[in-house]
Write a protein that binds this ligand. Structure first.
Ligand code: G6P
Length: 594
């Protein structure tokens, strides 16, 4: 949710910042802006135009200056317009800041600052930050002291980068919002996330909570907050060397990240099966002792939790329940002593999930996180981290991270009940089935189906047991990516209400495995009798299928291949309907606000 980035080095800052913004666009894309410092002067540019257009305009200006900040926004306070776009500045225009997060005391701070004579030009909570620093300077504090006072003044979450026109430096601070610093040769790339600078350096310094830092030509320094003498000390933390490579961030020859990421799933799955994440064994020890297990996640990750409820821990007789992160507070009081929380999150930065985990920890629960980002806030809070190792997922809609989450749950299940020996075998079958489903012929067939569905006002999806989870996840993809009204139902529930919605030509997509064919065939006849058009995803075609996509059974792992055609379908429909599959309207990949 919002991406912040900065540059301090020897090169012109503007082109580097613009490229970084492009790589952070998945975090929000309502508006964007940048500031470049040059000899005490400030070039501030903000826009609601798409980033590509903004980039062309700024590049044509050839802005001089080797220090700057930039921001891509997902609006929380105030509409998406140029005035609300970041960077925000102080009254005198010399202090500029970019912010990701939500300031809970933003209104209060704004009222106090207005009483002190400050003028605001936006509706954002973020604008209070440069004014707060300006106020401290007016009161005679040094720039370092003014910045280091922020954690005492701000309530809420923030990743802040701030510059002063007369200071050749970037100030950085975070609480509950991600912020890291890429370190090159005498150049620094502070940013919300690693992809922002990955093509430029693979060395990264992680920033801890409420640690005010200043980056200048001599390095990264920590500002002493509590010493009366003030001052700075060099940050003694060594950069971590990343093993991700630049190619994993490129679109290669694909038109969109979403397609690239869908097609990567046979290999992400294969990697997990061949080299299972090491912490699985440690997780077994924790889970076997658990009085109960709560699987927590948001969005697609919640759907993975629902799959877990069906597929995970059953053989070992464990009490497993899935909870939506944002709803966890209503269940938290039921947490028994000895409970273990398994938090699923691609980004590891979803505020709702972090909030739920914190509340579970407050009640004594141990936490295992399953995440694609081993250095994320969630990972750092957890007792144990199981990496998804899917590689960067940059399209906003989750695809490969979902199937990796299902696979990790099955690998974990195998750890708990090794006598079953079915999970790993079923994962290999799932891999083979994905290969078939992503073949050129299969994709052409799905494109045909896309043309049929793209013109419908709504789509219904049905499944029983774990296949209901696939229906839910497929409906989410159709909504967010294709912009279609899509609703999922439990197979057996159609006759208890939803049938009233079925009229002539209503499309219903049904997911099933071999064992569930007979029941699905009955449900399909009931639907067809009322005019529905039945589309099917399973190993064998139903007698009544209007159009069928063959997805071979893979035992317990069947939901892994079965979601692939619906991911592809959502992608194709988005294109037919003129939507950008990588950037669905109003959404962001990493939702760091509650
Ligand atoms: C956002 C994204 C979804 C994602 C959800 C949870 O809403 O748009 O695609 O499933 O966050 O994200 P997480 O990183 O916690 O898995």
């Amino acid at each position: 949710m919002c991406g912040v980035t900065g540059y301090l080095g020897q090169r012109a800052a503007a082109p580097i910042l613009l490229d970084s913004l492009k790589r952070l666009e998945y975090r929000g894309y309502d508006s964007c802006g940048l500031v470049v410092l040059n000899d005490g002067g400030v070039a501030l540019r903000r826009s609601v135009e798409p980033l590509d257009r903004f980039r062309t305009v700024i590049l044509s200006e050839n802005l001089p200056g080797t220090v700057g900040l930039a921001h891509t926004r997902w609006a929380t306070h105030g509409v998406a317009d140029a005035l609300n776009a970041h960077p925000h500045s102080s009254c005198d225009g010399t202090i500029l800041a970019v912010h990701n997060g939500v300031l809970e005391n933003g209104d209060e701070l704004r009222a106090t600052l207005i009483r002190q004579g400050h003028r605001f030009t936006s509706d954002t909570d973020s604008e209070t930050i440069p004014h707060l620093v300006e106020q401290s300077l007016r009161e005679g504090q040094t720039m370092d002291a003014a910045f280091a006072a922020l954690p005492r003044r701000l309530v809420g979450s923030y990743a802040v980068l701030l510059v002063h026109a007369k200071t050749d430096a970037i100030y950085a601070l975070r609480r509950d919002s991600p912020l890291v610093i890429g370190v090159g040769d005498n150049e620094y790339f502070p940013a919300s996330d690693i992809p922002s600078f990955l093509p430029l350096t693979s060395r990264v310094v992680y920033i801890t909570q409420d640690e005010p830092l200043v980056i200048d030509r001599t390095g990264i320094h920590r500002i002493r907050q509590h010493s009366p003498a003030g001052g700075r000390e060099p940050l003694d933390r060594l950069p971590v060397i990343l093993d991700q490579n630049v190619t994993s961030l490129s679109k290669d020859s694909f038109e969109h990240y979403m397609l690239k990421e869908i097609l990567e799933q046979a290999s992400t799955l294969e990697r997990l099966i061949e080299v299972p994440p090491e912490p699985l064994a440690k997780a077994r020890a924790l889970l076997q002792k658990a009085s109960s297990i709560k699987l927590i996640g948001a969005g697609t990750s919640y759907h993975a939790c629902l799959f877990g409820e069906h597929a995970f821990g059953v053989g070992a007789g464990l009490d497993v329940e899935a909870c939506v992160s944002s709803e966890f507070e209503f269940r938290a009081s039921l947490l028994r002593p000895g409970a273990v929380v398994v938090a699923l999150s691609q980004s590891g930065e979803t505020a709702d999930t972090i909030h739920a985990v914190r509340s579970a920890q407050g009640r004594g629960a141990k936490v295992i996180s399953v995440t694609n980002s081993e250095m994320s806030t969630l990972a750092q809070m957890s007792d144990l981290v199981i990496p998804l190792r899917s590689g960067p997922e940059l399209a906003v809609a989750a695809t490969k991270s979902y199937t990796s989450q299902l696979a990790v749950l099955l690998l974990l299940d195998q750890e708990l009940a090794p006598w079953a020996v079915t999970d790993v075998r079923s994962l290999w079958k799932a891999r083979d089935s994905i290969l078939n489903l992503t073949s050129t012929a299969a994709r052409a067939h799905i494109a045909e189906l896309a043309h049929e569905l793209a013109v419908r006002p709504e789509v219904f999806l049905m499944g029983r047991g774990p296949h209901y989870v696939t229906a839910l996840e497929a409906a989410l993809k159709l909504k967010e990516v294709a912009g279609l009204r899509a609703e999922a139902f439990h197979g057996g529930e159609m006759k208890h209400g939803p049938l009233a919605l079925i009229e002539e030509g209503a499309p219903v997509v049904m997911f099933y495995d071999r064992a569930g064919m007979t029941r699905t065939e009955i449900a399909a006849s009931e639907l067809i009798a009322r005019g529905a058009l039945v589309f099917t995803v399973g190993e064998q075609r139903l007698r009544s299928s209007h159009l069928h996509v063959r997805a071979d059974d893979a035992g317990k792992a069947t939901p892994i291949p079965q979601i692939i055609p619906l991911q592809l379908l959502s992608y194709e429909i988005a294109k037919i309907r003129g939507r950008d599959p990588d950037h669905p309207r109003n959404l962001a990949k990493s939702v760091t606000v509650i």
